[in-house]
Design a protein around this ligand. Sequence first.
Ligand SMILES: Nc1ncnc2c1ncn2[C@@H]1O[C@H](COP(=O)(O)OP(=O)(O)O)[C@@H](O)[C@H]1O
Ligand SMILES: Nc1ccn([C@H]2C[C@H](O)[C@@H](COP(=O)(O)OP(=O)(O)O)O2)c(=O)n1
Length: 225
Amino acid sequence: MERAAVIVAIDGPSGTGKSSTSKAVATQLGLRYLDTGAQYRAITWWMVNNGIDMDDPSAIAAVAGKPEIVSGTDPSAPSITVDGTDVAGPIRTQEVTSKVSAVSAVPEVRTRITGLQRSIAAGAENGIVVEGRDIGTTVLPDADLKIFLTASPEARAARRNGELKGADVNATREALLKRDAADSSRKTSPLAKADDAVEVDTSDLTLQQVIECVVTLVEEKRAGK
Ligand SMILES: Nc1ncnc2c1ncn2[C@@H]1O[C@H](COP(=O)(O)OP(=O)(O)O)[C@@H](O)[C@H]1O
Ligand SMILES: Nc1ccn([C@H]2C[C@H](O)[C@@H](COP(=O)(O)OP(=O)(O)O)O2)c(=O)n1
């Protein structure tokens, strides 16, 4: 018998392990994978590149429909392009990271990107793992399984710092907390745990333990438990 497509939503703040967990779970279970943060970073990269005034939400809103953003959903080789240009590297710069919360707070940006996300999820035949901030609450409220990852600010900053060579861990922690506050307090679909999400604190878990926990939860759902 054909298995029905399974939709898994994984939300949480930065550095909780969303991307690493989602990619591994999708690979293990033969599902597609979508990094929605990369889409918000991509539209932000386009705004920076086109000299849009980041302090003016109406200027951001006016051009929200312009860039063509395409996400590749193979979990072993995820990709992202803007108007045909590969932006996987440039969307991770400090400049984009510092501006992405302002751009992603603009309702017109969210409507545009949410539409892309829903059509990608609907087209995933076997199912998909979608990670972000508002997937369980807003983008895919009917997801089969919702996970909300958390971790202490110290654990998250230490993990992020491991990726940024020579960065100061206290500065990294402050920047993370600032972005969390902006993402959690915006009016349109803020970072939040859905009422029916399973919360997993990853502070004292290895990545492997988190992956196993999520795979087990998906398998239980599929078995109808
Ligand atoms: N449970 C964990 N324990 C230790 N390191 C982890 C764990 N989960 C993720 N990491 C590492 O922390 C960093 C951030 O993880 P990532 O998956 O990018 O988080 P997010 O997508 O939530 O920002 C990566 O370098 C990753 O390998
Ligand atoms: N579903 C989402 C995903 C990300 N965002 C915004 C808010 C986040 O600070 C940025 C960047 O997300 P991303 O997941 O790439 O962030 P990290 O790499 O985990 O630090 O995008 C969002 O508003 N909604």
